[in-house]
Design a protein around this ligand. Structure first.
Ligand SMILES: NC(=O)c1ccc[n+]([C@@H]2O[C@H](COP(=O)([O-])OP(=O)(O)OC[C@H]3O[C@@H](n4cnc5c(N)ncnc54)[C@H](O)[C@@H]3O)[C@@H](O)[C@H]2O)c1
Length: 363
């Protein structure tokens, strides 16, 4: 199969969809890999590294789309790419169709086969191509929270781990899934005093079994969160109710319960945010203040660490890319029902019910 790797052109997107190691794997299996000039550069991979493993470099994005049977990307195509996508071409990437009607209609018009990372499932029903980015975002949320707790950054001026004779900072993590667990482990590793809240008792039981001693679990309720806020220095919002907007676990009046300079990191901002006062921010301008409380609400946290995020993402996507290249999408999806769940649009038609439902369409 001919595989094409365009350079990501969405604002501030520095990841690339295939590493030289991935290109090597595909080439070894007899596929032809075309990579757009400098596609990997912001993730630390030069054109020469791709060429060394047998991939070929093409000068423009138009060249890549024109030649490839399968396009592998990171982010959804943006407007200037819509007309480059051809009938029957397989596009394997994050699409998030349900929140973008224009993209959905453009892909339907293109007649391409859209296989979305975010709806591919594993045997346990998990989302194997979303987990790596949650792992990155969770770890980053503690790192960024620690940074903005520093006085010159606007925070209270408190060190997460404390020092001998001085108590560590208190961190409250709301949601004990992939993001929350990663955030709590990082904070605990730095020596903070961590409390992790969830509404799932089985999850809290699991967490209390493997978390270090400086992490306590607490059932998530409005009352319990209110009790914690006056003594907390950093709150990390990491809840998810699949398919729904995030609940507002901290309302505006609750900000008054906190000390000035407390930091709120809302990782769930891509689902609307779990603090009432959250609105999306960017890496260029990540924080703002409401009632003396610092809010960090960056919607694409993994974008700040492309070298790590690219490797984390491609570790997960490569086995699927190999299967698709070896078998073609129809046979690959027949042989793997989890991969088939990734099919969102085929030949102009929506085949993933939740996308049609999001726009009130019938399929
Ligand atoms: N901003 C970013 O760059 C970025 C990156 C990755 C993920 N995310 C987002 O982070 C959020 C969490 O993702 P995840 O992968 O950890 O999800 P997950 O499904 O693994 O975990 C979510 C957890 O929230 C818990 N929960 C639900 N309602 C709750 C409540 N009221 N109180 C406490 N806990 C509650 C669930 O029981 C679950 O354990 C999602 O919104 C995801 O989209 C954002």
């Amino acid at each position: 199969m001919i595989v094409g790797i365009p350079k990501e052109i969405k604002n501030n997107e520095n990841r690339v969809s295939l590493t030289p190691a991935g290109a090597h794997e595909l080439v070894q299996r007899g596929h032809t890999v075309y990579v757009q000039h400098t596609a990997g550069i912001n993730s630390g991979f030069s054109d020469e590294e791709y060429e060394k493993v047998g991939a070929r470099i093409l000068p423009t994005i138009e060249d890549v789309y024109a030649i490839a049977d399968m396009i592998i990307k990171v982010k959804e195509p943006i407007e200037c790419e819509y007309n480059l996508i051809r009938k029957g071409q397989l596009v394997f990437t994050y699409f998030h169709f349900a929140c973008d009607k224009e993209l959905t209609e453009a892909m339907m018009r293109s007649g391409s086969v859209c296989l979305a990372y975010e709806t591919v499932t594993d045997r346990q029903g998990g989302l194997p191509l979303l987990i790596p980015m949650s792992e990155v975002a969770g770890r980053m949320s503690t790192q960024e929270g620690a940074r903005f707790l520093e006085k010159p950054q606007g925070g209270r001026g408190i060190l997460l781990g404390g020092v001998p004779g001085v108590k560590p900072a208190k961190v409250l993590v709301l949601g004990g899934g992939i993001v929350g667990t990663s955030a709590a482990l990082m904070a605990a590793g730095l020596g903070a005093d961590v409390t992790i809240c969830d509404i799932s008792l089985p999850r809290l039981r699991q967490l209390s079994e493997f978390m270090p001693k400086n992490v306590k679990t607490l059932f998530s309720s409005g009352h319990n969160i209110e009790q914690e806020l006056p003594v907390t220095d950093l709150v990390i919002g990491a809840v998810l109710i699949p398919g729904a907007k995030a609940p507002h676990l901290i309302t505006r009046p609750m900000l008054k319960l906190m000390k000035k300079g407390t930091v709120l990191v809302d990782v769930a901002i891509d689902q609307g945010g779990c603090f009432e006062t959250s609105h999306p921010t960017t890496h260029a301008d990540p924080i703002y203040e409401v009632d003396g409380i610092i809010h960090y609400c960056v919607a694409n946290i993994p974008g700040a660490v492309p070298c790590t995020s690219t490797l984390a993402l491609t570790n997960a996507t490569l086995p699927y890319a190999v299967k698709l290249a070896d078998l073609g999408w129809e046979k690959a999806c027949e042989s793997d029902p989890g991969l088939k769940n990734g099919l969102n649009i085929v030949d102009g038609k929506i085949v993933f019910p939740a996308v049609a439902e999001a726009f009130g369409w019938k399929i």
